[in-house]
Design a protein around this ligand. Sequence first.
Ligand code: A2P
Length: 323
Amino acid sequence: MTTLLDELGIPPVGLGLWKIAPEDTAPTVVEALKEGYRHLDSACDYGNETEVGAGLAQAFEAGICRRDEVWVTSKLWNTYHDPAHVRAACLKTLSDLQLDTLDLYLVHFPIALKYVDFDTRYPPEWLYDPSAASPQMELAAVPLHATWAAMESLVDEGLVKHIGVCNYSSALIHDLMAYARIRPAMLQVELHPYLTQTSLLRTAAQYGIPVTGFSPLGASSYLELSMASEPESVLREGVVGDIAERHGKSAAQVVLRWGIQRGTAVIPKSTKATRRQENIDVFDFELSAEDMAQLSALDRGRRFNNPADFCEGAFNTFHAIYE
Ligand code: A2P
């Protein structure tokens, strides 16, 4: 059966590049490409795009793969939503990645922040002026439809092949579909068995929009950020362990396979070769309908990446987007 991911041509397992330290990034990219990864999930905000570009250049030079064999996604940061800045932000990402074109460029958050120029700070992250006496996030009055029109111009110009969105709710998708001249080719949101987002996936499916799940292993990504605790790890669930044992696979492989069998792409990050190899080795087994139902039943609406929580804690600014 052809899936929406197949139609788009995006490999269902990608390597997430968030939180990879700059010094580890180029070697991680080279090794991952050697291991067979053909989908990289990058973003301006990850602060390592120059190093991703160095890794890609090294891999192309060494003949590990060709440019047309690897899918590269990047994301427009919140401070560049104003149509006046979208093209420059994209060109900066392309230059850092040493690429002529992106396979996919996503609006990172439905949050427009006041512009910070490249020379002042790059990536600018969330605070308008971190050196202020009381640093805050500062919003910019830019409607999402204006940002989308600028994203469409990038496709027209050939700078990016596809455009899409991250962290959109169903309501924002309905709205986007009402004005999009070029349809979103991807919705990227947090997805794992503790946050199954079934209604959101149905909305995306209604419009034929493929979906990528970030943080597909759940809490793991947030432990080092103190945004989750070890007992919240879905990998420790008894039912995950039982299913893993039955299939002779690891807990992580079961959770990733659940994501793939739901028809979504998954983008686990790892700087460890054994884990990366494990994460991409998920195509030689199949979860039964009962396995799938048991894993989906773990849902508890636990969103680890929620601006309503982290913006207030880390950036002194309450900013909710999901409710
Ligand atoms: P590490 O890089 O040390 O392997 P994300 O959800 O942002 O993609 O991050 C995944 C998190 O889970 C990372 O902290 C990563 O740590 C860890 N991880 C990745 N693959 C596995 C795996 N197969 N088993 C257990 N933990 C994993």
